[in-house]
Design a protein around this ligand. Structure first.
Ligand code: VGL
Ligand code: ZN
Length: 230
């Protein structure tokens, strides 16, 4: 038997138009469809999980910490100074962002209408909020671990404890946190899906490359929840 979990990625004010500091175009338009998925009479979820990007005010992924323009690319060094075969400290080139999802600010809050519905599944289906991005010295796109694969969140243990077999992802952003979370999820051995119509990208112009990354990562792209057999 399938035991499917719904994972809603980063449905937070800073990623939502019109006022979010890192607003993803069209982000607000997917909220209602995601709320509809919380109808646990209709959809027999084994668990529902929401994730929350949760940064300290001086997080390393903020352009403001480096005096450069948001959305530019910077080279980051390994947070523990680990070296490659040639003896140089490992590096990763990553995008830097406007300040966003600072802990305990309005921008970090999960959409209120979603949260109301999410809280109503209590007692019917196990639910959890998994935070990421709270270690200042490293970026996190995946809700499983940081981009250096050094620190694990409680995501995988939560899914395993609930004996989840399948994971269905929706949310923001399709080309960053949803994508990296889904690929890690598939690599951890879960049968993994993303519902494309319930996601939006930061860079929609790169959609075919983004879709390829999902497919190469073993994630099945569905247009709608109707394409999933419970
Ligand atoms: C995200 C950029 C920075 C996301 C989070 O949720 O996709 N993107 N932090
Ligand atoms: Zn972030």
């Amino acid at each position: 038997m399938n035991k499917p979990a719904l994972v809603v990625i980063d449905l937070q004010e800073d990623f939502l138009p019109s006022d979010g500091s890192l607003a993803v175009a069209g982000g607000r338009s997917i909220v209602e469809g995601i709320i509809d998925l919380l109808d646990v009479q209709k959809f027999p979820w084994a668990a529902v999980i929401a994730t929350q990007d949760w940064h300290p005010h001086d997080h390393i992924s903020f352009a403001s910490q480096h005096s450069v323009e948001p959305y530019s690319q910077l080279e980051f060094t390994h947070p523990l100074g680990e070296k490659d075969e040639t003896g140089s400290v490992k590096t990763l080139t990553q995008t830097v962002w406007p300040d966003h999802c600072v802990q305990n600010t309005f921008g970090s809050s999960i959409d209120a209408a979603f949260l109301t519905q999410f809280n109503q599944v209590d007692g019917k289906v196990p639910k959890a909020i998994v935070q990421k991005g709270y270690l200042k010295d490293r970026e996190y796109y995946s809700c499983f671990k940081d981009t250096w694969k050094l620190h694990k969140t409680e995501m995988e243990d939560t899914l395993r404890k609930l004996e989840v077999t399948d994971v269905i992802f929706v949310g923001l952003a399709y080309d960053f946190c949803v994508m990296n979370s889904a690929v890690d999820c598939s690599q951890s051995g879960f049968t993994t899906y993303v519902i494309k119509s319930l996601c939006k990208s930061v860079f929609p112009e790169n959609i075919s490359q983004t879709d390829d990354t999902y497919r190469n990562g073993g994630v099945k792209i569905l247009e709608s929840i109707d394409d999933y057999s419970f």
